[in-house]
Design a protein around this ligand. Structure first.
Ligand SMILES: NC(=O)CC[C@H](N)C(=O)O
Length: 365
């Protein structure tokens, strides 16, 4: 089936449809990962976006049972150069086409993804649509330009009720703005007793769970679309050790009085170099973000910049000088991607230990 990808600037790519070609709209973004398309497809942070992969052959190792980052994919469309429908891998249980069909997600293959990526880098990310309609371009563009911009992605992907991953270690409350399973895996691997709570949880509800620490998860959309979460984090700051990842990092910054802004085309891929200020070390990181913390908004908030992106100098990590709280813009759970940064989960565990020791000393006094 012929499918069309149309961008708001009038660019049209004609290709072969796969998955379920229904008419969808979304922000068109690109990811430079060489592998990891299953994790990209199932990362809730892509909710509302049409993702184009710059690597030219996608689908060749199929889809397996283990690598999902959430129970169902939320992306609005998938764009590839060449779609492989005959996967070869011992773990593969279905094809990429079958997965997209299961969840009514459109795919389009045969697209000049290099041209598309250059365009997105030059103009910045754009609204786009995938459709099988043969209507004139002008008609489709009018529909695309009047399509509403999504602002409720977090509510769509967050859990509706509390669930647990029991463990014998520190009790961690994960505020689920669209949490990736990789984050839960990293916590349970370290024996944490995990409570995953909905995005609109209140500080009082969290106090009742008596956590040792709180993890602010990744998630889709603009951090300013969830003002209630910013207020809750403000109320929690200083009471418990906080660790923020991606959207959670941006929300920690906003709750501390710093500001965020949209980037031109964001960072998405598995090889983004990030420099840690304290050691001068460079880590290769997995990233997926459109927004960033504004460096010039940090002064006077009690925060410091701990990590910086080497490609463009943007903020990739912050830490609070007086309160137990730190966060990173990238993905230390490395799904997909390099595992260099998993030490940050150990840092969070140490912070929870220190907080416990601190409160024991305070009680003894
Ligand atoms: N992966 C994430 O948590 C992304 C955070 C935010 N939605 C952004 O695009 O910047």
């Amino acid at each position: 089936m012929i499918a069309r990808l149309i961008l708001e600037d009038g660019t049209e790519c004609i290709g072969q449809g796969f998955g379920k070609v229904t008419e969808t709209y979304g922000e068109v973004v690109f990811n430079t990962g060489l592998t990891g398309y299953q994790e990209v497809l199932s990362d809730p942070s892509y909710c509302g976006q049409i993702v184009t992969m710059t690597y030219p052959l996608i689908g060749n190792y199929g889809i397996n049972r283990d690598d999902f980052e959430t129970i169902r994919p939320y992306i609005h469309g998938f764009v590839v150069r060449e779609h492989c429908d005959m996967p070869s891998n011992w773990r593969s249980t279905k094809t990429l086409d079958e997965l997209l069909k299961d969840y009514d997600i459109p795919g389009i293959a045969g697209v000049d993804t290099r041209m598309l990526t250059r365009k997105l880098r030059y103009h910045g990310t754009m609204k786009g649509m995938i459709t099988a309609s043969q209507a004139p371009l002008s008609e489709l563009l009018a529909a695309l330009n009047s399509a509403p911009v999504m602002t409720d992605q977090v509510a769509r992907v967050s859990t509706k009720s509390v669930f647990t991953c029991p463990g014998i270690g520190h009790r961690v409350v994960v505020i689920d703005f669209g949490v990736k399973h990789g984050i839960l895996r990293e916590l349970t691997k370290r024996q944490c007793d995990v409570f995953v709570v909905p995005h609109d949880v209140t500080a009082a509800e969290i106090h009742r769970l008596q956590p040792d620490g709180i993890l602010l998860s990744n998630g889709p959309g603009n951090p300013k679309d969830v003002p209630q979460a910013i207020q809750t984090i403000r109320e929690l700051l200083g009471h418990y050790p906080l660790f923020g990842i991606c959207l959670g990092h941006q929300l920690l910054a906003l709750a501390s009085g710093a500001d965020t802004e949209k980037m031109k085309f964001g960072h998405r891929g598995g090889n983004h170099p990030v420099k840690e200020a304290a050691t001068g070390r460079t880590y290769i990181t997995s990233q997926n973000h459109s927004y960033t913390v504004k460096e010039d908004s940090i002064a006077g908030t009690g925060l410091i910049v701990t990590h910086t992106a080497l490609n463009d100098g943007t903020v990739e990590g912050i830490s609070h000088l007086e309160k137990r709280a730190f966060s990173v813009q990238y993905h230390p759970e490395a799904a997909p991607g390099p595992e260099d940064s998993s030490y940050l989960f150990d840092q969070f565990l140490r912070m929870m230990e220190q907080a416990k020791e601190g409160s024991l000393h305070a009680k003894a006094r």
